[in-house]
Write a protein that binds this ligand. Structure first.
Ligand code: ADP
Length: 475
């Protein structure tokens, strides 16, 4: 089974969100599952630095696409983990440093439709009968709006050899551009319709993918159901309901090598189920590191997050007095909205020794928080999949989560964490109180930790589900 995985991000080189991680972790797991997979991604400067041209020989010229990309080529290379890459080398579009979508002014590059239009077009071309290689993918696996046009190009070309899938990692980004881009993108005028790629007067890359792909997936089963509701469908719910028979949710996995409490170089003391007591030594080390009072008779709650409305952390801030009075401690690591950043800074000031706040992005501290705190808080308003609740399970840190998206699919209430329904401070506090009470019952707590640590949160099972979907499409 040959599959082309088309992506605009790939960790560790280019990553703005979950897609970058998935593009790095899913391909090796699919290879293990017997899939001959190649990852198509732009040859960004960060990728070029890691894989210079000498190691990425040219395999095809893309002159037939004309225009700005007359001198573009495809290069073949191996990622360090052995995954095969097809690098889209178009300097005019991709030889730009930093964020893949934003210019130095923090605004979208004005030619994003051409840049990701090309990426989509090359993906479709590789899945069509025009593909000149001896390698013919049976499935083109697209991701988010940036490769959303590929299923449209493929279907509209009339010369498709491959089937297509689009995976939605974030429904909020829909790739909207003006109608005038249609001819520049080489799309036929008849594609401009409600049953095509028009979306309320705009051309939408994401809608094109949702409309034309043979299968649609998103990153958790619950999120797949939620996005079909008007409340959470971000304007796409009607189309998603219409295509419900093609839509499914496949939960993301996590990198169980990077996130492994037994071999985590960021932790002062590593541990596993048999040596769980060592986690308490990490707790005192973290309390010292963050200037919290060192004590083990009250639970320490932790947060690692983007500080945005999506993550529901305003609900945590609203409970400052109740949390302090439990009593409990709180450690927050995050960055995002200025107001929330300032609010958590303020809370650390008025509850010294009890609350600590670190504003910024800090990978090492994120590991130490997971490996040290007693309870993790993730009260998201919506969460397509979420990673930190899975890290928490693996690190014996029962999470308190809201019953939404991937959180609802990974945390089992009262078994390995605490789940609440309403996005209100009152509902969150009830769950926090339950966690507080459970923590004081040593035996019960240990059983919850062990349950979470024993769950398989690796990419193995998700890869098997994707492989099964590829096989179904190929038939
Ligand atoms: P989202 O992609 O919506 O931000 P996820 O839970 O899916 O949320 O993934 C967030 C990832 O980013 C996790 O790996 C988390 O540990 C990491 N992260 C978020 N904020 C920080 C931070 N301030 N420092 C370190 N890691 C962070």
């Amino acid at each position: 089974m040959k599959v082309l995985f088309a992506t605009s991000e790939i960790a560790p080189w280019v990553k703005t969100g979950g897609l970058g991680d998935v593009a790095a972790a899913l391909p090796p797991a699919l290879r293990q599952a017997g899939i001959d997979l190649r990852v198509l991604t732009p040859y960004y400067p960060a990728v070029r630095a890691a894989i210079p041209e000498a190691r990425a020989p040219e395999v095809a010229k893309l002159g037939n696409f004309g225009g700005a990309y007359a001198d573009s080529v495809l290069r073949a290379a191996f990622a360090p983990d052995g995954s095969r890459l097809l690098l889209l080398d178009c300097p005019a579009y991709f030889d730009r440093p930093g964020n893949p979508y934003l210019g130095p002014d923090g605004k979208d590059w004005p030619d994003n439709y051409l840049r990701f239009g090309l990426l989509s077009r090359v993906a479709a071309w590789l899945g069509s009968k025009a593909n000149p290689f001896p390698w013919w993918p049976a499935v083109i696996h697209c991701n988010d709006w940036q490769t959303g046009l590929a299923p449209a190009y493929l279907k509209l070309s009339g010369d498709a050899r491959a089937k297509s899938i689009i995976t939605v990692h974030n429904l909020a980004f829909q790739g909207l551009f003006s109608e005038q881009t249609l001819p520049e993108l080489g799309l036929p005028a008849h594609a401009w319709s409600m049953e095509g790629i028009e979306y309320h007067g705009y051309l939408s890359f994401l809608k094109a993918g949702l409309q034309f792909a043979d299968a649609i997936t998103t990153v958790s089963p619950t999120y797949a159901a939620e996005i079909q509701t008007d409340a959470e469908g971000m304007g796409m719910s009607g189309l998603l309901r219409h295509r419900a028979d093609r839509l499914s949710g496949i939960l993301n996995g996590i990198d169980t090598e990077v996130w492994n409490p037994k071999r985590d170089a960021h932790l002062p003391f590593t541990y596993d189920i048999a040596t769980l007591a060592a986690k308490r030594k990490n707790k005192s080390a973290l309390q010292q590191e963050l200037g919290l009072t060192v004590r083990d008779d009250i639970p320490l709650f932790g947060v690692i997050s983007r500080l945005t409305a999506q993550k529901g952390l305003d609900l945590v801030a609203a409970l400052e007095r109740q949390i302090a009075d439990l009593p409990a401690q709180l450690a927050v690591l995050g960055s995002g909205d200025r107001e929330l950043e300032n609010e958590f800074r303020r809370l650390a000031e008025i509850h010294p020794g009890h609350f600590a706040t670190v504003i910024g992005f800090n990978e090492g501290l994120a590991h130490r928080i997971e490996g040290s705190v007693d309870v993790f808080l993730m009260p998201s308003r919506f969460e397509p999949c979420g990673l930190n609740q899975m890290y928490s399970l693996r690190y014996g840190t029962p999470p308190v989560v809201r019953a939404t998206g991937g959180l609802a699919d990974t945390v089992v209430d009262d078994v390995n964490g605490f789940v609440f329904e309403e996005a209100t401070a009152a509902a969150l506090f009830t769950a926090i109180q339950r966690a507080h009470a459970a923590w004081h019952n040593r035996e019960r707590w240990r059983a919850m930790q062990i349950d979470g640590m024993s769950r398989d949160v690796s990419w193995t099972a998700p890869a098997m589900q994707y492989a099964a979907l590829y096989a179904k499409l190929k038939k």
